[in-house]
Design a protein around this ligand. Sequence first.
Ligand code: NAD
Length: 483
Amino acid sequence: MTGKILAGVPSRLRIGGDWRDAAGGRTFAVTNPADGGELMAVADAGPADAVAALDAAVTAQEAWAATAPRERAEILRRAFEEIHARRDELAVLITLEMGKPLRDAYAEIDYGAEFFRWFAEEAVRIDGGYKVSPNGRGRVLVMRQPVGPSLLVTPWNFPLAMATRKIGPALAAGCTVVVKPAEQTPLTTLALAAVLEHCGVPAGVVNVVTTSDPAGVVGTLLRDGRLRKLSFTGSTEVGRLLLAQAARTVLRTSMELGGNAPFLVFDDADLDAAVDGAIVAKLRNMGEACTAANRFYAQRGIAGEFAERLAARMAGLRVAPGLDEGSQIGPLIDEAGRAKVGTLVDDAVGKGARVLTGGKPLGDAGYFYAPTVLADVPGDAALLSEEIFGPVAPVLPFDTDEEAVALANATEYGLVAYLYTRDLTRALRTAEALETGMIGLNQGVVSNAAAPFGGVKQSGLGREGGPTGIDEYLETKYIAIDV
Ligand code: NAD
């Protein structure tokens, strides 16, 4: 079955309505993190292909911006339905190239497709303004227009959802796009481009360049004055590099960067719910999520019990290739990802942390790492300040509410925080004091197409999804009228 699914995936660049080989004729291999084996080879774009993709986006921009909002909406709505119609094959594809268990791949498809439905509904609601100026004579007319050709750079951890979260609002706003997927997971994006072609997206509106040289391809595009927008999801480190390059042309940017989410459990919390929430917040996508809980702080009276119960649950999870029946934890993306997790755990243990479960790589093939809970973690352990991006939960105690907030905020990141309490006043007071863009209150997942997703501090700039998500792809123009 997997052979048949892979045979249906385009392996070439999508440029201006054609499927083309890279100008240099090169390809690169996409591998399966469950066994390290090659899945298939895809076109390896270079700078000339990047320019060709932008040429196509620029050429298509005017007509796409002039397309009736209802028509743009209907294409997105059809794409939402088509993703659902192809969900079985897309789920297998996501699991093959990214590694996540099949049930996580289905969850990603449901979440990712929702951005096409949400922005289909928003495309027809782009509005403006009209007001009488304070002097009583002038009139202020405000209109919104598409920002123009946009570069969308996506990470490997949610290959479908990170693409739809950008393509949905861009197309709804009337922007054409060049999509640059992560080199580890280009197949899902190519399959998505085929879905969009099938649903009537005109030539040149969605272009896809797969490459093993992201710096070369993205750098070429960021130097081109015709590009009007960069939307990036990835690490804070690369985000900083791209912001510096974007400064040259004062390019509009949206940045969805890394996280270091705290998970706070107060002593009045429903402990069963907190453990359930912790499992989801930590282990969805094997912990390879920007929203993954990175640090667990439990109030001293319950910290021991919380850690023991979390460890017991994590020890019972089935670690297996994502396509295996009942797999709950798949492999990490590659050996570098697994090595980083191992280094962080070894550093914490070396400094005195106690392993309650896990603490080691698993298996002979693939990049598996055991679900791990660490107690007695010292404050200078690197995994408290760095994104772990793996199935590792450090648990630390706190005494007062003020201390919990101070610990939670002691990071350069500010994407999401989770808090468990049954006291509404405590919940609101804490939520107001946390320096994050999002908060999960008594729940371990915050992702929702109807909500503004994004972070503060070094977790990024801008918001994706929700009623304001389309603003990232719109310019505001004002006309002064003397009446
Ligand atoms: P990454 O920063 O290494 O790569 C992201 C993208 O940037 C990929 O497409 C990659 O090819 C490209 N890239 C890498 N180096 C580049 C360079 N020098 N110039 C131009 N492009 C370059 O991140 P990753 O490892 O793919 O993804 C994991 C990171 O993404 C984590 O930090 C995670 O927190 C973050 N993330 C954030 C969100 C969010 O919404 N805030 C969502 C998912 C992932």
